[in-house]
Design a protein around this ligand. Structure first.
Ligand code: DC
Length: 202
């Protein structure tokens, strides 16, 4: 079974997806971390071979065996990730790797295109959203940076994620859209886990 959780940055995807995976005993995959690894690799070596990159995303994120869990969250990598994610060749390579993982076992995967492109047949599709201000406030709280700075960067990244030609961010027609503004994350997790359990026992 695959639970696909898509939505913009700061909607609560990571926290929710991790907790849903724990509640269900499924494996969690952060597909954004894969694009971040490509961005880091490209910043270091712009002409590097994409196919040769070893990307392992688990509790730790490893790039060619190096622990880059912290490095991929740096602002320059974050900004570059939304550029590399618009490159059709990068997307094709990441989608192929993600599909290979999902072929085996039960997964909760978060990203932008899981329910629309990577796994349109996912048993459960969730699209998490929240107001721009709420999303920026959450990110600012996590990173200790000023909200207005985070909000401005977030608007640029959102525009790139939503307006790119290759797999732009949007909700799948059959996704459950949950606006997390003002909701507790526990409530959201419970709702998704309950729906997944219903589907499992059906
Ligand atoms: O979720 P995140 O902020 O870690 O994602 C990093 C970048 O990668 C962001 O610009 C969106 C992009 N991304 C994507 O295009 N498709 C995915 N499935 C996951 C992330």
């Amino acid at each position: 079974m695959l639970v696909a959780i898509d939505g913009p940055a700061g909607a609560g995807k990571s926290t929710v997806a991790r907790a849903v995976a724990r509640a269900l005993g499924f494996t969690y995959l952060d597909t954004g971390a894969m694009y971040r690894c490509v961005a880091l690799a490209r910043l270091r070596q712009p002409q590097g071979d994409l196919a040769a990159l070893r990307i392992e995303v688990g509790e730790l994120v490893l790039l060619d065996g190096e622990d880059v869990t912290g490095a991929i969250r740096e602002p320059d990598v974050t900004a570059h990730a939304s550029h590399v994610a618009a490159d059709p060749a990068v997307r094709a390579a990441m989608v192929e790797r993600q599909r290979a993982l999902f072929a085996d076992g039960d997964w909760v995967a978060e990203g932008r295109d899981i329910g629309t492109v990577v796994a349109p047949a996912a048993e459960l599709k969730i699209y998490l959203d929240a107001s721009d201000e709420e999303r920026a406030r959450r990110r600012a709280e996590q990173t200790g940076r000023p909200v207005d700075e985070v909000l401005a960067e977030q608007r640029d990244r959102d525009a790139r994620d939503r307006e790119r030609a290759a797999s732009p961010l949007h909700a799948a027609a059959d996704a459950h859209v949950i606006d997390t503004t003002g909701l507790s994350l526990e409530e959201v997790v419970e709702r998704i886990a309950a729906r997944a359990k219903e589907l499992q026992s059906a």
